[in-house]
Design a protein around this ligand. Sequence first.
Ligand SMILES: C[S@@+](CC[C@H](N)C(=O)[O-])C[C@H]1O[C@@H](n2cnc3c(N)ncnc32)[C@H](O)[C@@H]1O
Length: 253
Amino acid sequence: MTLSPEEWHQRFRQQARWTHELRAHAYRQAGLDHAGRVIEVGCGTGAVLADFLGRAGLTSHGLDLSEVHLGQARRRLPGSILVKGDAHHLPYAGGVFDLALCHFLLLWVADPGRVVAEMARLVRSGGAVLLLAEPDYGGRVDHPEEMARLGALQREALRLQGAQPQMGRRLAGLLRQAGLEKVVSGVLGGSWTGPADPVELAQEWKVLRADLAGTLSEGELDALQELDELARARGERVLFVPTFYAWGWKDQD
Ligand SMILES: C[S@@+](CC[C@H](N)C(=O)[O-])C[C@H]1O[C@@H](n2cnc3c(N)ncnc32)[C@H](O)[C@@H]1O
């Protein structure tokens, strides 16, 4: 089972909602109000690039490998300059952006160090590189205990898809290796206020089922989903995947 282009967009919008406040803070720190050119590397369907819609004096750029995701972004963000390309070889001159950012990208790339070095190359002196959100499944917490199995399986499924499930913890080091300074890093908090929104939960399970299709039978997936929904209905479900962020500045020459 795969997701449709529109379902991917909804999924990316959901992830973007999780980091809304963090992004607002990061943009303030990075001086977005005075920025003229911003790029999101691995922009997907534009869920985060939409932050820059309608900002006077700002040009937003997005780059992604997937033509399908870019198609969605083009429909929604006619003002953005969107390019198909590989984050390991960014097709721009150095020093031409005020900010370069990514969001849920680095866990998917073959060489995150190379990608961050490319992002650092693009920004001008005094500009910032923002690694806005990368999960770390090595620190996942599940409750009730039976749900821990799901965590282990999902980590393995990500690895099989070529992802780096423990990406989050590496962010600060990657920025420093790329020569960035005044690096700030941390983890997004989690909160549990009751049963999840049924639409979001259904979407979450659609992605999980796609990830685990080759690993578990339909029956096993049904049983785990039921357990999850029951624990949420009782208000006892905990699912915490530490999501790291880090940003840093290119030195002023
Ligand atoms: C989880 S999505 C996140 C999309 C977007 N950043 C967001 O948060 O809404 C990861 C995106 O990275 C893109 N991607 C993966 N590897 C890439 C690469 N090497 N170069 C450019 N984009 C890549 C995928 O096509 C996908 O759109």
